[in-house]
Design a protein around this ligand. Structure first.
Ligand SMILES: [Fe+2]
Length: 378
């Protein structure tokens, strides 16, 4: 068993000066990649950009990366970046911004299509150690992508995975006072990813003692943090706990894998452009039910934790407890989602695209009928 983790992780109430200092001490130019109007207007983006501009000779900004980042916008960003040849990249935003920035960091020096970099095309054999160093500042937390060696990209209407040990960011900076949006339910659903990742890492066939250690911490901190966020609202102290949950869940996955909750969420995000955390929340309870017998022993450990943290009856089984939790913290999670095509053809596509690399390591392979019943229950 190898343990390898090259990304420096910095936690602070205010990490702007730290990231700007680390960049300006080592590089003379920087590409800043960010999302839409929400991140562009955020204090973290405004402060970091102002400070970088006073210390570096060149700062290029590329904005407008969408949730579930699209192939076209990443290619365009890489094209613009190539003309500028930045010495490093700083990504500021939600998970998708960091996912996009990782691929830009490769394409500045390499000539591949994004399709060629996917796991299905053995992209991990093509990505060499020539990436532009990447620094990440999450404005929302949950996915842990700011410290991960993977990038999820939307190619056409499919969510695809690109992975390489060379994609690990150089460093990630959690700046508690700058995290969170004005939409608490979106923040909750984003943070729910930490719970789903920790739970899947704990029950994966690839789990080991390190995964277990991080997964149990990730489960505890994500549940407590989400509960506090939902009850008392956003605060640096809540974001401190949820930042740790995000990093812990990723460290759990890095030593294990995700599973069917992630695998089934992928077509919902790819075909219907549903936000990652929301898609996970839509499928999680029924996937847990399908896995129950296989994972009963480990689920009992989580049931104890959930009942203690959320004051739920001890007798409540995990699928029911997670549904009750979501009803409390994200009651509108099904509002406004696009109509899902459940015709024979639509279902066949959902089932086929659920059989993706995220399913590797799942405690059991779900049957077509089980996958169908998850999508029909949403
Ligand atoms: Fe995730």
């Amino acid at each position: 068993m190898d343990i390898y983790f090259p990304t420096k992780i910095h936690f602070a109430d205010d990490a702007v000066e730290k990231v700007v200092g680390d960049i300006s001490e080592n590089f003379s130019s920087c590409l800043v990649i960010t999302g839409g109007a929400r991140t562009r207007g955020s204090s973290v983006f405004v402060e970091a950009l102002r400070s970088l501009r006073t210390r570096l000779s060149s700062v290029l900004v590329i904005e407008g990366i969408h949730s579930n980042p699209r192939e076209g916008e990443i290619i365009q960003a890489a094209k613009d970046a190539r003309q500028n040849r930045p010495a490093c990249i700083l990504s500021i935003g939600a998970g998708s911004v960091h996912d996009a920035a990782k691929i830009v960091s490769v394409l500045i020096n390499e000539d591949f299509s994004i399709e060629e970099l996917t796991v299905e095309r053995q992209g991990y054999n093509k990505i060499k150690n020539r990436n532009v160093p990447l620094f990440c500042m999450p404005s929302m937390v949950g996915t842990g992508t700011e410290i991960s060696p993977a990038s999820l990209v939307r190619i056409g209407h499919q969510k695809r995975i690109i992975f390489s040990p060379h994609l690990y960011p150089k460093a990630a900076y959690y700046s508690f006072k700058h995290i969170g949006s004005s939409d608490i339910e979106l923040d909750v659903l984003t943070a729910f990813d930490s719970f789903a990742q920790s739970l899947e890492a704990l029950t994966s066939q690839k789990a080991n003692l390190w995964a277990e250690m991080y997964a149990l911490a990730g489960i505890k901190n994500s549940l407590e943090g989400i509960k506090r966020l939902s009850v008392s609202g956003s605060s640096p102290s809540v974001w401190k706990q949820l930042s740790h949950a995000s990093a812990q869940s990723l460290l759990a996955v890095a030593n294990s894998s995700v599973g069917a909750i992630h695998a089934l969420s992928d077509p919902l995000s790819g075909i219907y452009d549903i936000h990652h955390g929301r898609a996970l929340a839509l499928v999680a309870p029924k996937v847990l039910l399908a896995n129950y017998e296989e994972c009963a022993e480990r689920y009992h450990v989580v049931e104890e934790l959930i009942s203690e943290i959320l004051n739920l009856p001890k007798s409540m089984k995990l699928p029911e407890a997670v549904e009750a939790f979501l009803d409390g913290v994200a009651p509108n999670r099904k509002v406004g989602i696009p109509e899902i095509d459940l015709s024979d053809q639509g279902m066949a596509r959902l089932i086929a695209e659920s059989r993706n690399p995220d399913m590797e390591g799942a405690p059991k392979l779900l049957t077509d009928n089980e996958i169908e019943s998850v999508f029909r229950s949403m």
